[in-house]
Design a protein around this ligand. Sequence first.
Ligand code: DQA
Length: 149
Amino acid sequence: MNSVLVLNGPNLRRLGTREPDVYGADTFDDLVALCRETGRRLDLHVDVRQTDDEAEMIGWIHQAADERLPVVLNPAAFTHYSYALRDALAQRTAPLVEVHISNPAAREEFRHTSVVAAVATGTIAGFGLISYVLALQAIAELLAEESRG
Ligand code: DQA
């Protein structure tokens, strides 16, 4: 079974209490359950993690590069300014899907820039927690395509 890392940046553990008008009422535990359930359906082993720490996130990205693991990444605020994260992601050895719960393009101007988008396989934004389901589906399709050669 293929493994996928689902990595979440700062403040995302506070889902459910954090700006529910923007990010919805579901909690981080609900997100973990949704990703695991989607993984079971798609035959993927899904490892969901969250950190508020840029160094820890970069360590996970290095692990993914070394172990050729596909990544679903919500970089949260790191999206908009972390060149260190972008440089780590540029070393990727497997598909990378950038996800956002909200649609950053429809929000404040500073959210319109993603410094990581150019090194991702693609981006899914604006579908609430469904963004993660769509990202895992994309990874499953890409892996199936790869194994067909
Ligand atoms: C976010 C959007 C970012 O602009 C914000 O900093 C987040 C969450 C999203 O999932 O919609 O923390 O990545």
